[in-house]
Unconditional design. Structure first.
Length: 81
């Protein structure tokens, strides 16, 4: 980028680029092999798993998704008791 765009914006872009290039934990096979394929498309690259998942654009799980998952689990637990 050089001196363009400002330091604050470059820091924000760097944070997102690190998040999208990181490897994440696969909930199916248990390995840290999930990579970003495209915006919101995540794929486990383990030879035994090879599953494709939907997630957030920059990270595999978003805050809203975590909240929804917790709410669903709480309601399921309340329905069984």
């Amino acid at each position: 980028y050089g001196t363009r765009y400002g330091a604050s914006l470059r820091k924000i872009v760097k944070k997102y680029e690190i998040q999208q290039r990181a490897r994440y934990h696969c909930s199916f096979c248990g390995k840290d092999t999930v990579e970003r394929q495209a915006g919101g498309i995540w794929k486990c690259v383990a030879k035994t798993c090879n599953r494709t998942m939907a997630g957030g654009c920059w990270t595999i799980s978003t805050g809203a998704a975590a909240t929804a998952k917790a709410t669903i689990n709480r309601l399921k637990k309340a329905a069984t008791t």
